[in-house]
Design a protein around this ligand. Structure first.
Ligand code: EPZ
Length: 417
């Protein structure tokens, strides 16, 4: 296992190219199962989670290759309908193969993804929707066992706007017989990206990006060549880094309109932000202002940016409140930030942050992907040396983050534990 060693206090200046979106790539790579033949995907981020999903697709019989951010998937040999525990437990987004398996193989045996550090993360809404489309679904010995002679379009109301739940059900509906309406659908940019991909394959998905998605089932889909959208959470992470270190960073190959809530809150905190078509330039403020944040489903402030924004607020000039409304246990990073001198008190789903003049470097432990990013940010701002342990969490969702930070002036290195 590696750790990151950071000597903080250096302002970050320069240009960073944003990678493709992990959370767009995962469902889009899985959608290759919906067609026979070779599909090609450009701008795929080189991440542990991408390696995990490609391993699972190979287990199902596809042939996958990744070379310099281009992935090709040949589904000619796609024949296995089982996603085993040892693969699913490594990455819960593996549950995204459930509906494509039922749509194409008429059956699926997918390990129930366990919970994770940030919450129980049930998949009951994925299962309920699949059932509404005519599948028989049972839970046996830790597996979701689903069968369906055919899937039939139906109206589905999601109790919560679940992101991967919406994605799973879109992939079931696109090959179902008849029309499916998904109400209270998630509206994230990654949902639109998947819908665009399904339509490019010959599907008929309308309304993605709104809370009502209408899918007219088709009999078959074709393989395609497409490009993965930019990662809005990586973009937001670097915006926070610039604001924290009084730096001046330009982010390229990104999509500013995908993170309006984050940009708005960073501007309220005092950052000067200039938006281009596919770039963002951020100048950090001399004094960081306290701003309250509540995480919400898109287009609200993303829960995946909550930990990073908390670091910014820990150095602000007053008191701020961050409420986490999406996941039930997403303040694990607080105890680690307190080790670095942050003054944060958690009560229920709210964290009260009292800004301090400085953070001081210390050894800390990463616990989940976005918490590990927040610890890196804190280390970049702290005085002295910070060592972030268990950075494999970071490698799941950020491509060569230490290289990107070093190239804009950070003193950061990856060292073996
Ligand atoms: C996606 O997870 C993202 N992952 C998460 O990013 C992100 O934090 C989350 O959406 C929220 O935006 C991917 O896209 C691969 P949800 P997902 O289903 O789909 C409850 C990261 O850091 N729920 O929208 O699993 C659930 O418990 C990761 O990149 C049910 O109750 O999230 C949660 O409280 C972390 N039943 C809420 O809905 C269900 O069937 C939102 O979860 C499904 C979800």
């Amino acid at each position: 296992m590696d750790k990151m060693r950071i000597t903080g206090g250096k302002p970050l200046n320069g240009t960073v190219k944003i990678s493709g979106s992990k959370n767009a790539a995962l469902p889009i790579l899985v959608s290759s199962l919906l067609a026979d033949g070779v599909s090609t995907y450009h701008n795929v981020p080189n991440l542990m989670d991408i390696a995990s999903i490609l391993r699972l697709l190979e287990h199902l019989g596809a042939e996958c290759r990744m070379e310099d951010h281009v992935v090709t998937i040949d589904t000619t040999g796609f024949s296995n309908h089982e996603a085993p525990y040892e693969l699913v437990r490594k990455m819960r987004a593996s549950v995204l193969v459930l509906c494509p398996l039922v749509a194409r193989m008429k059956k699926a045996r997918v390990s129930l993804p366990g919970g994770c550090a940030i919450g129980a993360r049930p998949v009951n809404l994925h299962i309920k929707g699949l059932h509404r489309m005519g599948a028989q679904v049972e839970l046996n010995h830790g597996y979701i066992e689903a069968t369906a002679k055919k899937l039939t379009g139906n109206e589905i109301f999601l109790d919560l706007p679940t992101v991967t739940g919406t994605e799973n059900l879109m992939m079931a509906a696109v090959l179902a017989e008849g029309v499916t309406i998904i109400r209270n659908a998630a509206r994230e940019p990654e949902i639109i990206a998947l819908a665009d991909t399904l339509n490019q394959m010959g599907g008929n998905v309308q309304g993605a990006g709104t809370s009502v998605i209408t899918v007219h089932g088709v009999s078959s889909l074709n393989p395609i060549t497409t490009r993965i959208i930019a990662d809005r959470i990586e973009t937001g992470t670097f915006i926070a880094a610039a604001a924290l270190t009084r730096g001046n960073i330009t982010l390229t190959e990104c999509t500013p309109q995908h993170l309006s809530a984050v940009i708005h809150k960073a501007q309220l905190a005092g950052a000067q932000i200039e938006l281009g078509n596919d770039s963002v330039t951020v100048k950090g403020p001399e004094t960081i202002k306290s701003v309250d944040v509540k995480t919400l489903p898109y287009p609200g402030f993303p829960t995946d940016m909550q930990a990073q924004f908390m670091v910014l607020m820990s150095l602000a000039s007053g008191l701020s409140i961050i409420s986490e409304t999406v996941f039930e246990n997403r303040f694990i990073h607080v105890s680690e930030l307190r080790r670095l001198g942050a003054d944060v008190v958690v009560s229920g789903n709210a964290a009260m942050i009292k800004g301090v003049p400085k953070l001081s470097g210390a050894p800390v432990m990463a616990t989940d992907l976005r918490a590990s990013a927040s610890l890196i940010l804190a280390g970049l701002a702290a005085e002295g040396v910070t060592e972030v342990h268990r950075v494999y969490h970071l490698d799941r969702g950020y491509e060569k983050i230490e290289k990107k930070f070093a190239e804009i002036g950070a003193q950061i290195e990856r060292v073996p534990e």
